[in-house]
Structures are given as structure tokens and as C-alpha cells.
Design a protein. Structure first.
Length: 148
């Protein structure tokens, strides 16, 4: 069963947050018109899968600066791997770290080397892996220095 098709959706405002021996206690204020009826009838102690996104005054996602930076990095990884100058850079400077073929001829070769250097299996891992982001940042800085 797809969780998106069965999920309850409502807007809430964070009221307070505290901690006890069992975990974090998050209190949310939900307007009565926004509260799903099922929430009233579920037993206290019912478990829920929760997904939250902060929104601005215009009902749009309020994306934090660090999230924007990470998304930009994920996009940059894709763009760099399609750049023939980047292929040349990898071939000239990174082949000692790569045990694959001796040349970088296409996007797939560049992707394989970047994944190997960063220790990831997909670009989306850059969103959650601090070490991979650091490796990629250094690789990108080295490429910019190499170009100049």
C-alpha cells in the first residue's frame, strides 16, 4: 500500500518541544477545521509516520539555506559529469585514485570516478552524507583551480 495515498494531511504550528526518557515531545497546534477526523478517533499511543515541511506565509515550502546549498551541490555533480573539461581534469589528476579504465571518455566514466572518490552509489547520497559532500566540494575546488 502506498503511504502517500493513505496519509492524513493538515497544517500545524509548532507550540513547544521538550524531552523525556522516551524521546522528544513535539506539541503542534492544529486548527479545528484542518484536523482530520481520523485523528480524533485513533487511540492515544497510536503510531504515525510523519513528514513535515516548513512553509512560508504564501503556503510555499520554506527551504533552509543549507538545504539549498546541498541541492545546488547535487545538481552541480550532475552538470560537472557532463562537462568534457571535467573529464579531462579527472583523466589528468584523478586516475591514480581510480582502478577502472585509463581514460575518461563520457559522462558515465566521470560519474563512476566521482562516486568512487566520494564513496557513494548515487548523487542523492550527497544530501545525507557529510563526508561525501566534503570530498565532492574538494574535487570541485580542485577542478576550478585546474581550469585557471
Amino acid at each position: 500500500m502506498d503511504i502517500k495515498n493513505t496519509a492524513m494531511g493538515f497544517e500545524a504550528v509548532k507550540v513547544s518541544m521538550s524531552q523525556n526518557r522516551d524521546g522528544i515531545i513535539l506539541r503542534l497546534s492544529v486548527h479545528p477545521n484542518d484536523c482530520p477526523p481520523e485523528l480524533h478517533t485513533d487511540w492515544v499511543g497510536s503510531r504515525y509516520m510523519v513528514g513535515m515541511q516548513k512553509i512560508d506565509d504564501f503556503e510555499q515550502p520554506d527551504v533552509r539555506a543549507d538545504q539549498k546549498r546541498i541541492e545546488k551541490m547535487v545538481s552541480s555533480a550532475g552538470l560537472l559529469c557532463r562537462n568534457e573539461s571535467f573529464w579531462e581534469f579527472l583523466e589528468q589528476t584523478q586516475m591514480d585514485a581510480w582502478d577502472g579504465k585509463a581514460t575518461v571518455d563520457n559522462e558515465e566514466d566521470a560519474v563512476a570516478i566521482v562516486y568512487h572518490i566520494c564513496g557513494i552509489k548515487s548523487r542523492k547520497e550527497l544530501r545525507s552524507n557529510d563526508f561525501a559532500r566534503q570530498w565532492f566540494e574538494q574535487l570541485r575546488k580542485d577542478f576550478i583551480a585546474w581550469k585557471s
